[in-house]
Design a protein around this ligand. Structure first.
Ligand SMILES: Nc1ncnc2c1ncn2[C@@H]1O[C@H](COP(=O)(O)OP(=O)(O)O)[C@@H](O)[C@H]1O
Ligand SMILES: [Mg+2]
Length: 609
């Protein structure tokens, strides 16, 4: 269906995770020290209990036992507070880091080329931005700190058993091998399992979103059953992948539960034998057994979260998949790269080739220079590549080979705010965002003052804004003030005016509007076009007639270029078309010599005449 967005390799995920910890070294150090102290305090209890047993056997009095018991109590309280403070520090670290991951994701998602998002489908991006980022964030906030704490505790406990008696320590470690084996078995399979589950979730969101967005089309074509079948299959795939991960968890938990008992039993058995031979004290055996019993607590915690760690490392791989390939190399000697600034307003296309994912070139070596202040009409049949060329000129897509420059700088090298001042592509689709009118206008010029906004609205004839009770503060969009299509167009044009680019590319910008609306919008458009270079992708030939030059495209090539008079006087495609159009009141006509039945109906209808 779609090619998915990339997924980060395990090594890349590891690097990214380490970088997150590095970024907050002090917090990480504080977490480790506090937890080390807490775990140390926790060890005192069993050790003193062992001492009590040994002392009592040696005939110690009640006062000694009381004193030791009091110390046990003090250390228990100390452990409680140290643990509380450590987890407070850890959670703050987790929350900060989660925020970082979120911000980074938004930056990266916004930096993705539009073509990549289109190809991958928004479902995948949405799933990553919601489910996956939430999974990573909650791991950083909850699982991460807890697991670090537990791992530290487990290590210290094992070390303590070894300190009591190396033989007892060894037998504990052997018993733990069972847990390690189960964990290994699980971890080997889990990554693939959870990645499959994530991909199935993405597919399901994608399919559901597409069905909802295309509901009208589904109705119109009676596709309900087909969509239901598709959704059903996606749900089944989700279920299958979930059952798989559930099975993995089932095996893990069961074997771990059994493995816990083994080291404790082992220590008691072997410890008993050793004690009978007088090799270890009874106190040491009891303390070691208690330690190993204690070990189940941090290990349980780790295993409880290992699952979430696994899911979220798969999620993190999907989130990190959006990272740029090169980990943003520090430019040269650390000095930021100078921002390229165009030397003039001339747009030059040199041997431009472009291919969509389908592979074959849709532009075959286009050469074109647009002079500052020029009005160029770009005409040609549907599918000739006009829109594609417009997108390349506006720096939205990058040519496969060849160059598109403005003032000798490749347009795709320009920073977005610089590009906005150079060239803007205006299409029929101009989105009004949720927010106030002011917010919507400032998209083109973030620093514009209210006076400037009012002036721009005035130029495009939007007097209605001033009449609104809340003026520029009026909320637009769902639940807010409703505006009609021509008002939306006016706002879009005001936005362009505020960005103040020297060149506008109009891709059939008013083609779909109804005639009364188009006339109003055209007046606004005329005001916006004043003193700018204009490339008009035209569907009506009178636009071409009024232009300084006309470029005719066909099948990805520029086949004619000249003034209207030159071309109309010649014998080329344009002349043929012009005479047909001008001579007879035909509503549509074909551009090429091919019969209309071949499907190349042109855009040159006289829709409004
Ligand atoms: N997103 C896309 N993916 C694949 N092919 C595309 C895409 N957009 C356009 N094309 C193809 O590129 C060619 C040029 O399209 P386009 O630039 O839209 O032509 P025009 O604007 O002149 O009608 C057509 O063959 C079209 O099918
Ligand atoms: Mg087009």
């Amino acid at each position: 269906m779609t090619s998915r967005l990339p997924i980060a390799e395990p090594a890349q995920v590891r690097r990214a995770a380490i970088a997150l910890f590095r970024a907050d070294k002090r917090a990480v150090a504080a977490i480790l020290v506090l937890n080390g102290l807490a775990a140390g305090a926790g060890l005192v209890g069993p050790w003193l209990l062992g001492r009590i047993i040994n002392d009592v056997r040696a005939g110690a009095g009640v006062s000694t036992v009381d004193r030791l018991a009091l110390i046990i109590g003090i250390f228990a309280i100390a452990q409680f507070f140290l643990t509380r403070y450590a987890s407070y520090v850890a959670h703050r670290f987790g929350e900060r880091t989660a925020a970082k991951v979120r911000e980074q994701f938004v930056d990266r998602a916004l930096a993705l080329p539009a073509a990549v998002v289109e190809r991958a489908g928004t479902g995948d991006l949405t799933a990553r931005g919601t489910n996956d980022v939430v999974a990573v964030a909650s791991t950083l906030r909850d699982a991460g700190p807890v697991v670090i704490i537990a791992a530290l505790q487990a290590l210290i406990i094992v070390a303590a058993v070894f300190a009591l008696d190396p033989l007892l320590g060894a037998c504990g470690v052997v018993g733990l091998a069972g847990i390690a084996a189960a964990a290994r078995w699980y971890l080997r399979r889990a990554r693939a399992g959870y990645l499959a589950e994530g991909a199935a979730n993405s597919d399901l969101s994608e399919i559901l979103a597409a069905t909802a967005v295309g509901a009208r089309t589904v109705e119109a074509f009676g596709l309900q059953q087909q969509r239901i079948a598709t959704c059903g299959a996606a749900i089944e795939e989700c279920r299958r992948t979930r059952i798989r991960t559930l099975f993995l968890r089932g095996v893990l938990y069961t074997s771990v539960d059994i493995s816990y008992v083994i080291p404790v039993v082992g220590v008691l058995l072997i410890g008993g034998v050793l004690h009978n031979h007088g090799i270890v004290s009874l106190g040491a055996v009891v303390a070691a057994a208690l330690y190993l019993r204690q070990l189940s607590q941090p290990l349980d915690t780790i295993l409880l979260w290992v699952d979430q760690l696994q899911t979220s490392s798969a999620s993190f791989a999907r989130v990190e998949g959006l990272a740029p390939d090169e980990p943003a190399a520090p430019a040269g000697n650390g000095a930021p790269k100078p921002r390229p600034i165009p030397v003039d307003d001339r747009i030059e296309l040199t041997d431009v080739h472009y291919a969509y994912d389908t592979g074959h070139d849709v532009l075959h070596g286009v050469n074109l220079t647009v002079e500052p202040g020029e009005r160029l009409a770009l005409v040609g049949p549907s599918g000739a590549g006009k829109t594609t060329l417009g997108r390349l000129m506006a720096g939205i897509d990058q040519p496969g080979s060849g160059t598109v420059t403005v003032g000798q700088i490749p347009v795709t090298d320009l920073e977005p705010d610089e590009l906005r001042r150079q060239i803007i592509l205006v299409t029929q689709e101009q989105h009004i965002f949720l927010g106030t009118i002011r917010d919507n206008l400032r998209i083109g010029a973030p620093t514009a003052t209210d006076d400037q906004l009012a002036a721009a609205l005035n130029v495009v004839g939007s007097d209605w804004v001033a009449d609104l009770p809340e003026g520029l503060d009026t909320e637009l969009g769902v639940g807010g003030h409703q505006i009609d299509g021509s008002q939306a167009q006016q706002l879009a044009l005001a936005r362009v005016l505020l960005a103040n680019p020297h060149t506008l590319i109009l891709d059939e910008a008013t083609a779909l509007l109804d005639p009364t609306m188009a006339r109003r919008t055209e007046r606004a458009l005329a005001a916006v076009l004043k003193q700018r270079t204009v490339v008009a992708i035209a569907h009506r030939l009178h636009t071409a007639h009024d232009a300084h030059r006309v470029a005719v495209m066909e099948e990805g090539r520029l086949i004619e270029l000249g003034t209207h008079d030159e071309l109309a006087a010649g014998k080329g495609h344009y002349a043929a078309l012009w005479h047909t159009w001008h001579g007879e009141p035909a509503t549509t006509t074909t551009m090429s010599n091919k019969p209309a039945a071949s499907g190349t109906i042109t855009d040159y209808g006289r829709a409004e005449e």
